[in-house]
Design a protein around this ligand. Sequence first.
Ligand code: BES
Ligand code: ZN
Length: 452
Amino acid sequence: MAVIDYLKSNRERHLQELFAFLRIPSISAKSEYREQTRQAADWLVERMLEAGLQIAEVIPTAGHPIVIGEWRGAPEGAPTLLVYGHYDVQPPEPLEEWTSEPFEPEVRDGKIFARGSVDDKGQVYLHLKAVEAHIAANGKLPVNLVFVVEGEEEIGSPNLQSFLVENQERLRCDAVMISDTTMFAPDLPSVTIGLRGLAYMEIRVQGPETDLHSGSYGGAVVNPANALAKIIARLHDDHGRVAVPGFYDDVRDLTPEEREAVRALPFSDEEFRAGVNAPALGGEEGWSVLERLGARPTLDVNGLLSGYTGEGAKTVLPARAMAKVSMRLVPNQDHRDIEEKFIRYVREIAPAGVTVEVEALHGGQPWYADPKEPIFTSAARALEKAFGRAPVFTREGGSIPIVQAFQQIFSAPVVLLGFGLPGENAHAPNEWMSVDNYTRGAEAIAMLYDEL
Ligand code: BES
Ligand code: ZN
């Protein structure tokens, strides 16, 4: 097949191009990387035009720009696919834990190590290489394509939804294709049919105006760190359930068939535990690890700050304490509703003697797909051809805040074809993407165009 031959013979060049992409530190969360983030958008537009897209442009937003690419030369009646991804990355810290530089890609052991390799530059770029292969080998594509690649996914996509609504006509499509998730296991291709939503909160506790001597004041002035610990201790009950009143009201339980499908996946709790070197696993009683991750909502402290944390001892009663808390949500919870319930509850349990402020920082809705839509059959066939094995359908614990909006705005199915792997260290030091999956991913996408 000419398209696949093209991908194979251009493998090394395609890898080098990805490296160039990975060298641009497009860290959306940090304002000092604004220029570099913009540079990544410009770079991508150039590559889109080279690959043969008819239109490619950088569209400014109130934050980081959105990259749009289009190819619309398919025969009458051919479907239009919208490919979504993101060119922004998470901050690389802690830097001292990286084996090689985060923005200087290095291949070791068949893995491309770099910030953004798997999340999501490698997974975006393999789509573009699939397009290039079709155009180079056949002069055309069997489908119409629109790329929407944003620079703010890692900060909650604050400007994308309004862009999609305003450009609904231009972006109209029959299906949305996203590669920003992981395969269930090596060599086991996967279609993700559920993502959790997110409500991300900050709790700020203020006590006295400044830090105080813990001997002269301790015991008489309410300590904000103690107060915050009390609040956090009341966010779960003794069975691992979230204690925010009404938290579970809208949770849709898995059907018996869905539970069975989860049970049938090849998964070992012990391997999962050993993979992260945790002393033991924990969570909500009555649910398996996979159910806890994919089908149950959760609440976790993501950050804590208060008092003296330097070397040795300092006897001090801190003036303030702060916690960042994320809640991962499942259908049919609504992140705004959960944010309100959280704020109400934390205010209610706030100890006397301190002031407590609670703020929602960002959120996204949970999503799940109906895998009976015909496009899932085509996707499964393409993955099977590329990987030699039929894919599994999985629910993932992470979030892509815009997915639910895509489904709603365009009334189109969203198909998540992920080429990451367990242990890929996304958001952590030493993030990697498998070289093999980068190439096989491009082949699978190229085949998918033909299937459609
Ligand atoms: N690629 C991830 C989403 C993901 C993670 C899917 C794990 C499946 C498994 C994405 O880039 C991401 O990190 N999303 C954030 C969203 C947040 C910043 C609003 C997340 O899940 O924390
Ligand atoms: Zn991410």
